[in-house]
Structure formats: structure tokens, C-alpha cells
Design a protein around this ligand. Structure first.
Ligand SMILES: [Mn+2]
Length: 425
């Protein structure tokens, strides 16, 4: 028996930062859903499970209706069950849609746990689900819940904020709580970055169905769950999203002129494309954030060597994926000897000495003091509630990378200005 599990779809959301001639309709959530329905039919799954935030906003009622109604009808005609829970985004619109899409099963409406049974090929699965009763729900849906296990596999389907602290308004749940609940797996929605789910560890976030913006890099798609003899035998990610975001580091180390940066970039894209195009269904488009790295004085010139007019369609992959660049940055390190510069008794010398400290092994007290200061400063910024809504699941900034980037950029500028030691003035 096979089941397809789908995380946050956000039907109605338009992917941001696409080149102007690209159609959001062909790259957005409804295309991702269309591909998912096709995969479910092809793989002959018994059910498609949806972990909440299927719809982005109440206003997206009609777009969501078109996509869901069509998909659910196709699946139902093939004998595939479609079961979902509501998240914080679709707390109102999903129950409304469910009333008009006969064969869509909304589980746990109004914040009351509910179970249903799916049987196929001699296997039976009991699915436990809970839907958001209102947009904000500041306590754990697992708090007073005891699951009466049914025979066979018991799976949980939930939209929640795991390990985010008790003050989260989005159904805060502790990872320990999930482990202790006594179910065999937890398929979660809300955080858009997928966890590394596996048959051994089938508890975690399914991730967004397609990369909704550049803050969601990496492969996206539904998860295939194979069940045999009452156990989870297989969990695999099907990266079939129509749009994907990646960052690409391109080293300029050793190049003699800026034009060579183009070849380095092309080589990097070809290597990336080998990975991307090996998937059974390749993305239609892939947005790249390019960073030139390495020790080179040509970082700025390399950026200028990639013409603006080429960035919207920089490469056509072997599977027809259109690669475009939405951002280019240079994080190159000047071709300087930090050891020599650090001997200077001026701002350049002080900065070089601090950059050298970052090169010390992890755990060195000098290095850790510097990193600790940076971490506190960055946390004061990134911890502000205003950012949370923007990049759910975004990683904490790496203080070492930030210090290095900012430090070398400042060092570049100081050296350009001809900052020289006092005794040489
Ligand atoms: Mn959510």
C-alpha cells in the first residue's frame, strides 16, 4: 500500500521574483498540485494526505476551488482517497471548500481530533487528524489528547509549530510530545523546509509542495510512503515541483580576467543541472542565487561580466529546465596576505587580525568570543517577530559567514582607499 503525503501548497500564492516573461500559473502551487495528482495516479497510491495550508488566503477561494475540485475528482475516480486538515492559512476557506468538494475529507474540523481508516491491498491505516479551529491557536493540540490506537498502522496528520516555544500562536507542539503520542508517524505542515524523513524516522515536516520564494531553496514535492505488513517500509521525497530555488557558489580562485567568470558559472550550472535533471520530473524553472567566492580581486568585475539581459534565461538544462539568476553577489576575498596585513597598526591591521581569528579552530576562546558577539547582534535582529512571518523555517544566520563577508568587504574598501599605516604617511 502506498500513500502520498503533501505539505503546504498555498494555492493562490504567486511565486515571487520570476523573470517578467514567465508565467506564475505554470510555475506556482496549482501546477505543483497538478503534477502531484498525476504522480498519485501513476504510482497507484491508496490515498493523498494534505497537511494544511492548502490555500493561501480566503480570497483565493475560486483558484483553490478550480485546482482542488479537479484534482480531487480525478483522484476519486481512480479510487484514491483525499484527506486533509486545515492550517492557520486556510482555517476558514478549507472547510468552505470541503462543503463543495464532495469527495474531499476534512479531518478534525473545529479543533477536534478525528480518525479515519484507509484500507488497500490487505493493509489498513488509521489516520488521525486535527484542523485549526481559528487562525491563531496558542496551545498544543496534543495537550489533552489520548490516541486509542486501532489495529495496523496509525499515522498523525497535523499543521503545527514544532519546538517553537509555548508562545507560538500556531499550535505549538514539542517534538517530545509527538514522540510520546504513541502513533507510528507524524506528517506535519506549517514549516516550509522539509525534514529528512525516512522509514526509520517518519516524524517531521513535509515542506512546501513547491518553492514559493527564494527563501525556500532545494528540492520540493510530495512524499511517498510505502506500507507493508503493517509497517512503514519506505519513505521517499518526489521532487516534482515546477519551480526550484538554489544558491550556487562559484569560485573565482585563479582566474586571470573577469570574462573567465562566465565559464566558471556555466560549469557550476552544468554540474547542478546533472543533479536536477536526474529526477523523473524536472522543474520548469530554477532560480539561482549566485555567489562568487574564493581569493580573487575580480569579484566585482565578474558580476559585471554577467549581462543583465542574460540573467533571465542563463541556461536551458538537459531536461528543459530554464535557469535564471535572481541575484548575484561577490563574496570574494582579496588577494592579500592577512598575516602581513595583521602586523599593521591601523584599521586595516585590526580588521585583518580579527579575520585571522575566524580562521582559528572552532572552540578557540579568541574565535568564540568574536563569534559570540556577532551571534548576539544577529539574534537581536533575526529574533524580531516581524521577520517570522516572512521566512518561516529560515535558518539562523551563520555568524562566521556574516563576519567573514562583511570583514573582507570592509577590508577591500579600506585597501582601495589606500589606508596606510601611520608611520608611512
Ligand atoms: Mn501554516
Amino acid at each position: 500500500m502506498r500513500i502520498l503525503a503533501v505539505g503546504d501548497i498555498h494555492l493562490g500564492r504567486t511565486p515571487s521574483r520570476l523573470p517578467p516573461d514567465m508565467s506564475a500559473r505554470e510555475l506556482g502551487p496549482s501546477e505543483a498540485w497538478r503534477r502531484t495528482v498525476a504522480a498519485a495516479l501513476e504510482e497507484k497510491v491508496a490515498a493523498v494526505l494534505l497537511a494544511g495550508d492548502l490555500v493561501d488566503r480566503d480570497e483565493d477561494f475560486f483558484e483553490a476551488y478550480r485546482a482542488l475540485e479537479g484534482g480531487v475528482r480525478t483522484l476519486a475516480e481512480a479510487g484514491i482517497a483525499v484527506v486533509g486538515v486545515a492550517g492557520n492559512h486556510d482555517v476558514e476557506v478549507l472547510p468552505r471548500l470541503a462543503r463543495h468538494i464532495e469527495r474531499f475529507r476534512l479531518l478534525g474540523a473545529g479543533g477536534k481530533w478525528e480518525s479515519c481508516r484507509i484500507a488497500s491491498g490487505g493493509e489498513a491505516v488509521t489516520l488521525w487528524g486535527w484542523s485549526f479551529p481559528r487562525r491563531r491557536f496558542a496551545s498544543s493540540p496534543l495537550a489533552d489528547q489520548r490516541f486509542e490506537r486501532a489495529p495496523g498502522l496509525n499515522l498523525g496528520l497535523l499543521h503545527c509549530d514544532r519546538d517553537a516555544g509555548a508562545d507560538s500562536p500556531y499550535a505549538p507542539v514539542g517534538g517530545q510530545e509527538l514522540q510520546r503520542a504513541g502513533l507510528d508517524a507524524w506528517l506535519l505542515g506549517h514549516i516550509h523546509r522539509p525534514d529528512a524523513l525516512s522509514a526509520e524516522s517518519p516524524v517531521g515536516y513535509l515542506g512546501s509542495l513547491t518553492g514559493l520564494d527564494r527563501g525556500e531553496p532545494g528540492p520540493r514535492g510530495p512524499w511517498m510512503i510505502g506500507i507493508a505488513e503493517g509497517r512503514i517500509a519506505e519513505v521517499s521525497h518526489l521532487p516534482l515541483a515546477p519551480l526550484r530555488w538554489e544558491s550556487l557558489d562559484v569560485s573565482l580562485e585563479g582566474i586571470g580576467e573577469a570574462a573567465e567568470a562566465r565559464e566558471r558559472l556555466l560549469a557550476g550550472m552544468v554540474a547542478l543541472d546533472e543533479r536536477v535533471s536526474s529526477a523523473p520530473v524536472a522543474p520548469r524553472a530554477l532560480g539561482l542565487s549566485v555567489t562568487f567566492t574564493g581569493r580573487s580581486a575580480l569579484g566585482g568585475a565578474a558580476m559585471e561580466a554577467i549581462p543583465e539581459e542574460d540573467r533571465d534565461a542563463i541556461h536551458g538544462g538537459t531536461a528543459g529546465t530554464r535557469y535564471f539568476i535572481h541575484r548575484i553577489d561577490a563574496d570574494t576575498r582579496p588577494e592579500v596576505d592577512l598575516e602581513v596585513l595583521a602586523r599593521r597598526r591601523d584599521p586595516v591591521g585590526l580588521l585583518a587580525a580579527r579575520l585571522l581569528r575566524l580562521e582559528l579552530p572552532e572552540g578557540d576562546p579568541e574565535r568564540e568570543r568574536l563569534v559570540g558577539l556577532a551571534r548576539r547582534r544577529l539574534a537581536a535582529q533575526s529574533g524580531k517577530p516581524v521577520w517570522r512571518a516572512l521566512t518561516p523555517g529560515a535558518e539562523d544566520p551563520d555568524p562566521v559567514a556574516w563576519l567573514r563577508r562583511a570583514g573582507f568587504r570592509a577590508l577591500d574598501r579600506l585597501l582601495e582607499q589606500g589606508s596606510s599605516p601611520p608611520e608611512a604617511r
